[in-house]
Design a protein around this ligand. Structure first.
Ligand code: ZN
Length: 160
């Protein structure tokens, strides 16, 4: 069967940036499983997987807009280090949960200078061209329960 709305798809992928550096890969681990057509993947990748079959290999290059979005300078802010009291050893690269008027938001510490900390709420892959090398390893119909939840159950299930 080929991939269509409500297929459960498993695939292996290797993600590289434009310099050819591997950002992430499933190849030495379990393949990724997702429910097709529910926005569980970046939009450009989901679109390219539509209609594919088990064994298909594809290379997909996504612009930032088709991936994790453009980099937004307005999502970068500097806060006093004392605003992060209770967090030990604040250092660049650290991922934190910030409390904002819109709810909790993941931020990355990008700089610590004297008593000021720079926090970046962009997705770590925002603004990047993404090169996915994908191999489809499984396609099946979703169960009723998976459709009701909008995500895949099975290996690595979260238990509800
Ligand atoms: Zn569930």
């Amino acid at each position: 069967m080929s991939i269509s709305q409500n297929s459960v798809v498993t695939f292996h992928y290797t993600l590289t940036d434009d310099a050819g550096q591997v950002i992430d890969s499933s190849v030495s681990a379990e393949p990724i499983a997702y429910l097709h057509g529910h926005g569980n993947l970046v939009p450009g990748l989901e679109r390219e997987l539509e209609g594919r079959n088990v064994g298909d290999k594809l290379n997909v290059t996504l612009s930032p807009a088709e991936g994790y979005g453009e980099y937004d300078q307005e999502l970068v802010q500097r806060v006093p280090l004392r605003a992060l009291r209770g967090i030990a050893n604040v250092a660049p690269g650290m991922r934190l949960q910030a409390h904002t008027p819109e709810g909790p938001r993941a931020v990355t510490v990008t700089d610590v200078a004297a008593d000021m900390v720079t926090l970046d709420a962009n997705h770590p892959l925002a603004g990047k061209v993404l090169n996915f090398e994908v191999e489809v390893t499984g396609v099946r119909d979703a169960t009723e329960e998976e459709l009701a939840h909008g995500h895949v159950h099975g290996a690595g299930d979260h238990g509800h």
